[in-house]
Design a protein around this ligand. Structure first.
Ligand SMILES: [Zn+2]
Length: 208
């Protein structure tokens, strides 16, 4: 997803829970994953190239780092790890065909509202046809340049990141479903991460 949408997801999902300075720190760590050196050789940050196992492992690694940091009351490291974790889980909906598979269930009917999307449907998460966008370099670069975007789509295959991504509203109506799923999943993973926190740890983590 583009930076502005990661920020929007963070604010909608968790903006009320965290203090302004805490949500800023978490969001900064989230969007820093899309820095140029985070884009290449780090499929696990973004669920790119069908790196499902690596991405799930990365999420759990960052969750464990969040807990470890909180156990030593190192809240800055906890915010950073938690922010990195949320980036990956949000990209799942923008870079895989999960939303398409979910919507396919309603072929011939009106689609339910995007607010109805189920972000953790196990049959879809384990679906044999679940896949994520592949990055075909160097042609993928042409997709990121406005003037060569159309040309890149003519040469890139349909399973490319360029064709599959739901990174921005211009990708069509499915973007809204990806946003809603990412918001819901962020809340679910926040609750899972903070489940074992003591009251004092919660206060420190939320900075309230
Ligand atoms: Zn990303």
């Amino acid at each position: 997803m583009l930076t502005q949408y990661h920020i929007e997801i963070m604010l909608t999902a968790l903006g009320e829970r965290f203090s302004p300075r805490a949500i800023a720190a978490v969001s900064n760590a989230n969007i820093y994953q899309d820095r140029i050196f985070g884009q290449f050789g780090h499929d696990e940050f973004h669920f790119d190239n069908n790196a499902f196992a690596k991405s799930y492992a990365y999420i759990e690694e960052q969750r464990a780092l969040t807990l470890a940091a909180m156990n030593t009351r190192d809240v800055l490291s906890a915010w950073a790890a938690f922010g990195r974790m949320t980036h990956t889980l949000q990209d799942f909906y923008a870079h895989s065909n999960y939303i398409t598979l979910w919507l396919d269930r309603f072929v011939g009917q009106t689609h339910p509202a995007s607010s109805e999307v189920d972000p953790v449907d196990l049959t879809l998460i384990q679906h044999p046809n679940l896949h994520s966008g592949r990055t075909y370099y160097p042609f993928e670069f042409l997709y990121f340049i406005r003037s060569t975007r159309k040309f890149s789509l003519r040469i890139l295959p349909r399973d490319s990141h360029a064709w599959m991504n739901l990174d921005a509203p211009e990708q069509g109506f499915k973007f809204d479903y990806a946003m809603q799923a990412a918001i819901k999943r962020t809340v679910i993973e926040y609750e899972k991460t903070t489940l074992g926190f003591s009251e004092e740890m919660c206060k420190l983590f939320l900075d309230k």
